[in-house]
Design a binder for this molecule. Sequence first.
Ligand code: SF4
Length: 243
Amino acid sequence: MSASSLRRTAPWISEPHGSSALDEKPIRHIIRNLERAYGVPVNERAAHDSDPLDMLVAVILSQATSDINSDRTFAALKRRFPAWDAVLCARESIVAETIRAGGLANQKAAVIRDVLRQIKERHGALDLSFLHDMTAADAAAYLAQFRGIGPKTVACTLLFACHKNVFPLDTHIFRILRRVGLIPQKCTDQRAHEIMNNLVPDGKFYSFHVNLIRHGRALCRPRDPACDRCPIVEYCDYGEGKI
Ligand code: SF4
């Protein structure tokens, strides 16, 4: 598959990294104020030896559970199946049993095995280390072609394992970005990823992602956001009473 046809599978990623119509929002000030409030997060997992396939499985396991549960479940899976080929050979019920503590075990076991099967069929081996050498757009398009892998999973895998400029959005980040006004109140998952991938400055994807999660837990909670203590209130539509 050519690079251009691959990219059609992940239209929310574009290259070169550019600016969007929403650039008038002072994104750099927002990122700076969040870093002052919560620190500058360092992506220690993006070392050169980070394994994108390990990360892809870890991201699938992280859905709808806590970070602690998710880390434990991934460790249990690796203990029982040190090589991913062994997961493909095992009965699905055994895989599900191994990851039971993380919740949605049957569903996650099925998705993991299906994704591994697709990668093996397409690539001939269970190895995604070549993603390190691809552009963000091509790497995203490669992952997006597989059933069961959506924009958030693609973005988490590439940001956390490969340190690529791809911005993951979860429910909490969606909420904050809507309140601030960086994404429209109504827009699709893909459109929101597309906007953010074009808006976040190079080198700030990880910091902004992590600090939005911290901000969502500390102040910009689902109910009763603490706008009076918010470090980005001056840039926020909700905080300024516009919405
Ligand atoms: S001003 Fe309020 S709504 Fe806006 S980001 Fe801050 S806490 Fe959230």
